[in-house]
Design a protein around this ligand. Structure first.
Ligand SMILES: [Zn+2]
Length: 311
């Protein structure tokens, strides 16, 4: 994906700040240790013994080498015990790395952007669009499942999320207002995010905001917005149908998102109150047939009483 230089620069800045902060924290902890006289003495003695060891090995003096090794072990033990007393672990004095894959450089060994870097690109793009990060519901909060025979659906969807990297089909939740579609969609988005994967959750209005920006953006910035919709591991569009339509292009953009993701085997979830006829009328036949393609997309109909009234 071609990102704009502006976005790449911003993301690189995020990673630089992250690395610097980790280095500074480690450095502060190291300084704290060296302020401790006992630690400092053991540290110096350890290094002295290490020097002696080198000398002994070079001179072929096995006995001296053994003595030096024992000393090193002893002083190392003292350092560790001082650290323990001070509540500082070895991990505390080395810069903490958030992503093992790239060591917080944002690039994998082959030079490609790491998944964690792409996640930051998406977060920055959302921030730039004014789309706030929402607090998502969790599967553990779903208490009223059995009242509407939804338990089975919830379990299946949880399983679907746990295997999201390998699933090759997407999901549409259809049904009237208040039947629990959005709640479940949030639980799913949350579940995927908890696995450390990149889930972009957008209300239909947010999606409209992205489309509008994409539409008006200069060519060199369009990739930023497109990748937000195509590059995430899981895309959730909540309440499709309640957003304003962008003249002649909403359907086309939505089609691009749906078909491109299907092509790349990257799943999406759409919730909507619209009936099949209304989807057809609002977005056209191509989208309808994509959503009806049973090999690539499964529709779950939600019915029953308004769950929000059940307490
Ligand atoms: Zn990474």
């Amino acid at each position: 994906m071609n990102y704009s230089n502006k976005l790449l620069k911003e993301a690189n800045g995020v990673f630089e700040t992250r690395r610097k902060a980790a280095e500074e924290t480690a450095e502060r902890n190291r300084e704290k240790l060296f302020e401790n006289g006992e630690y400092l003495a053991a540290y110096n003695a350890y290094n002295g013994a290490k020097f002696d060891l080198g000398k002994a090995i070079y001179g072929g003096d096995e006995k001296a080498a053994k003595t030096a090794e024992e000393s090193m072990k002893k002083y190392d033990g003292i350092m560790l015990s001082v650290m323990k007393n001070m509540g500082i672990s070895k991990a505390d004095i080395t810069p903490k790395v958030n992503c093992e894959k790239c060591g917080d450089t944002g690039r994998t060994l082959s030079g490609k952007p790491c998944a964690c870097f792409i996640k930051v690109l998406h977060e920055l793009t959302l921030e730039d669009l004014g789309i706030e990060k929402r607090v998502l519901h969790d599967f553990s909060e779903a208490e009223y499942l059995d009242k509407n025979d939804l338990k089975d659906t919830y379990e299946k969807m949880k399983k679907y999320c746990s295997n999201i990297k390998n699933v090759d089909f997407s999901i549409v939740f259809r049904g009237e207002v208040g039947t629990g579609k959005s709640f479940l969609a949030e639980c799913m988005a949350n579940e995927v995010t908890k696995q450390g994967l990149n889930c972009v959750y957008l209300s239909a209005y947010d999606l409209y905001t992205v489309f509008l920006r994409y539409h008006n953006a200069p060519v060199y910035e369009k990739g930023d917005y497109l990748d937000l919709l195509l590059g995430c591991d899981f895309l959730v569009i909540d309440d499709l149908g309640c957003e304003p339509l962008l003249n002649n292009v909403s359907g086309q953009y939505l089609y691009t998102v749906i078909s491109e993701r299907a092509e790349r085997k990257m799943p999406f979830l759409i919730t909507t109150n619209l009936t099949a006829e209304q989807i057809l009328e609002k977005y056209g036949e191509r989208i309808m047939s994509r959503l009806n393609d049973k090999k690539r997309c499964i529709t779950k109909r939600f019915s029953g009483e308004d769950l929000r009234k059940i307490k």
